[in-house]
Design a binder for this molecule. Structure first.
Ligand code: NAP
Length: 254
């Protein structure tokens, strides 16, 4: 598949997990891929594996405006354009609300939401030229509440509605903006760890599909939304969650 030949895609949080999966998929479909995160050695290793001709590793802290602006400059210096921005970097603090500090709240808001704002602002001049697209990675936790995740619920909910608003502001430039909302996602190796196996079973009780999503599953939905097949889709939230957000919330009745 070569849907993204000649296109340049920036992926934040590309040093592991879902972001790495997204970067791999865009690279496999012909894109130039810019890998942005803090852990240089992981980015360099992935860039080497994918081929340094069409990848660029840029050490970036997404909570830092200068870092994001510099990553965008480096992208354009190297590849001349930006067609897709995937704001995937994110983090959660798992705590009772009573124990959640203002620092926890600000950390989560900064990493999960402000990063999407900063990325879109920095990339905008280039997305206008390419009539490109933005994909923000939210979460099922942005579509409802969870125990011990108030800051994350707030942050991912904000990502979802930021996406909707941004779709309206950028539609005039032919730029589309969408959200993918994963639920439990892990690679097959992690799923073999007993602790995660037990977690998967708990999720199975609440979902239509059994099992778990892998980073490749999330990547497939991201590349779809970035592709011409989605040319009239904007402002949407695509849950990739095995049906967990389709549930009424009632426990299994028998
Ligand atoms: N996995 C799931 O079950 C799941 C479910 C729903 C939603 N999500 C969302 O999916 C996204 C990816 O999650 P994941 O599970 O793949 O997590 P992960 O494996 O922990 O990866 C998080 C990525 O974000 C990067 N990152 C974190 N803080 C950063 C910062 N300040 N600056 C730059 N990069 C930063 C990390 O890179 P460095 O450490 O190298 O900076 C890493 O590449 C997140 O937004 C998460 O909220 C995940």
């Amino acid at each position: 598949m070569d849907r993204f030949n000649g296109k340049t895609v920036v992926v934040t949080g590309a040093s592991s997990g879902i972001g790495e999966g997204i970067a791999r998929r865009f690279a496999a479909e012909g894109a130039n891929v810019v890998l942005a995160a803090r852990r240089k050695e992981r980015l360099d290793a992935l860039a080497a594996e994918l081929g340094t001709q069409r990848t660029l590793a840029v050490v970036t802290d997404v909570t830092n405006q200068e870092d994001i602006e510099s990553a965008v400059r480096s992208t354009v210096d190297r590849f001349g354009r930006i067609d897709v921005l995937v704001s995937n970097a994110g983090s959660a603090v798992l705590k009772e609300f009573e124990e959640t500090t203002l620092a926890d709240w600000r950390f989560t808001m900064s990493t999960d939401v402000e990063s999407c704002f900063l990325g879109a602002q920095a990339a905008l001049p280039h997305l206008k030229l390419s009539r490109g697209s933005v994909i923000n990675i939210a979460s099922a936790s942005g579509l409802g509440g969870d125990r011990r995740l108030t800051a994350y619920n707030a942050a991912k909910g904000a990502v979802v509605n930021f996406t909707r608003g941004l779709a309206f502001d950028l539609g005039q430039f032919g730029i589309r903006v969408n959200t993918v909302a994963p639920s439990l996602t892990m690679d097959d190796q992690r799923a073999t760890v007993p602790e995660y196996g037990a977690l998967i079973e708990r999720f199975n009780e609440r979902r239509a599909l059994r099992g778990y999503a892998t980073p490749a599953d999330i990547a497939g939905s991201v590349t779809f939304l970035a592709s011409d097949d989605a040319r009239f889709i904007t402002g949407t939230v695509l849950p990739v969650d095995g049906g967990i957000t389709a549930a009424s919330g009632q426990p299994n009745l028998f």
